[in-house]
Design a protein around this ligand. Structure first.
Ligand code: NAP
Length: 428
């Protein structure tokens, strides 16, 4: 009999508890061993969690639960990079327990150290399928299914809130602020949306995928992060005319200069694999030398889908299926991070400018781009009211550093009325 302790009975914790209690026979049969939730911990003991908790021991302190001799497996569903989530996971690992967590923020910041602790403590193991793309079994697919491959790139749509906002903006023509407010009303976005729309939540997930794909210690600080809050309604009109959509894309790839990890809004063709992903759906695209490419799509969040991934980990841990946390052993297998220098991407870029509607403005912009060797593939000025003329530019392939210098020049022009917006154009 495996005795399970769950800390955190919110969206994911309550769904996990529900599945473990109401589908116990099915889950135990697949694990090949009896299992029961014997202890739980949350802040508010009086809250109704939707299941009968009589007979289950209540803990007020997650660290005490994690270290308790009364449980064999500790499920951390509290959240937060530090604080009690981290302290309790460390306590459970130190006590030689299997730990299952959905906490991407914690793993992005402390995953390398936690993997070392898990792998060097007899009996301990660390499982986190639910931390990346919710119900999509992306960790297992990449870490175990792609073992034969030299992975060249792993990319994806890793935040349902952002993809919902971008999809709605495209389909309704509404502004970022209006769609965000709707998303908050519908429960798709948090009251404090910064972690989602700032790109940080998705970047946490990308850093975990990159570690597995390229065999390096988790290196969240190396992720270049740009949120979606500067994407405007007119960008969709411009992008649409060119056959593109705008998506917050996470891309981790091996380059000549090291591993690049980028999370940023990009233009991608409407018919490309990631361009087709709409609404709150997530997707993970893996490219490798043996497989070519494969993509997994599905629900990236929500109680049921995320609990589904938590339970898959519980069954793995119960069976003793505990591969190295990030695919290679953390003492000898994983390499130290070798990040590519930031701001060194190369390719075609989209630029949106707001220019004073006066003779010579476009010539000034062309000169600023030309001075940095950035050549224009397409340029279009759009209809407007008032003095500010929206101008969309698509560059030929260029270096990001050159482009950024050209943007500085444009920003300094008297005809430039607002900070330019730039987005990389990619075909994934
Ligand atoms: N929600 C999703 O769709 C989703 C998807 C993938 C991953 N995740 C990850 O799953 C984790 C949980 O997310 P969630 O959405 O379920 O969060 P949530 O609904 O806010 O639930 C958090 C739970 O933790 C409890 N808690 C907070 N501080 C505590 C403390 N000091 N001691 C004991 N319990 C404490 C809360 O207690 P009370 O209920 O008593 O207040 C609550 O039950 C996070 O790491 C999140 O990133 C979530």
């Amino acid at each position: 009999m495996i005795r399970i302790g769950i800390a955190g009975l919110g969206t994911v914790g309550a769904s996990t508890l529900d599945l473990l209690i109401n589908r116990n026979a099915r889950i135990a049969a697949r694990a090949g061993v009896e299992m029961a939730v014997t202890a739980v911990c949350s802040r508010d003991r009086t809250k109704d969690r939707g299941v009968d908790l009589s007979g289950v021991t209540w803990f007020d302190d997650p660290v005490a639960l994690a270290a308790s001799d009364d449980i064999d497996m500790y499920i951390e569903l509290i959240g937060g990079a530090d604080g009690v989530a981290k302290a309790s996971v460390e306590a459970a690992l130190a006590a030689g327990k299997c730990v299952v967590t959905a906490n991407k923020a914690m793993l992005a910041h402390h995953g390398a150290a936690m993997a070392k602790q898990a792998e060097s403590t007899p009996g301990a193991s660390l499982h986190y399928e639910a931390a990346v793309a919710g119900g999509i079994p992306a960790i297992k697919a990449l870490r175990e299914g792609m073992t034969a491959n030299d992975v060249t790139r792993v990319s994806g749509i890793l935040n349902g809130t952002c993809n919902y906002i971008l999809t709605e903006m495209e389909q309704t023509g509404a502004s970022f602020d209006d769609v965000l407010a709707d998303a908050q009303r519908l429960g798709y976005a948090e009251a404090d949306p910064e972690a989602d729309v700032g790109g940080f939540d998705a970047a946490h997930k990308l850093s975990l995928l990159s570690s597995i794909a390229f065999g390096h210690e988790v290196d969240f600080d190396a992720v270049e992060i740009t949120g979606i809050d500067r994407v405007a309604a007119e960008d969709f009109a411009f992008a649409g005319e060119l056959g593109y959509r705008i998506r917050l894309l996470g891309v981790a790839e091996r380059t000549g200069a090291g591993i690049a990890q980028r999370m940023r809004p990009c233009l991608t063709p409407k018919n490309s694999p990631l361009g087709k992903i709409e609404g709150v759906t997530n997707a993970v695209l893996i490219e490798g030398d043996a497989i070519g490419s494969t993509m997994l799509t599905g629900p990236g969040a929500g109680g049921g889908p995320t609990a589904s991934a938590v339970i898959a980990d519980i069954v793995d841990a119960a069976r003793g299926n505990t591969p190295p946390t990030f695919g290679l052993s953390s003492d000898k297998g994983l390499s130290a991070p070798t990040p590519a220098p930031q701001g060194t991407d190369a390719g075609a870029f989209y630029l949106r400018l707001s220019l004073a509607d006066r003779p010579g403005a476009l010539a000034d912009v062309a000169a600023a781009l030309g001075a940095e060797g950035v050549s224009i593939h397409r340029m279009r000025q759009y209809e407007h009211e008032g003095d500010a003329a929206p101008v969309a530019i698509v560059t030929h392939e260029t270096g990001e550093a050159k482009l950024n210098r050209a943007i500085d020049r444009i920003t300094a022009l008297p005809v430039s009325l607002a900070a330019p917006v730039s987005m990389r154009i990619v075909s994934i």
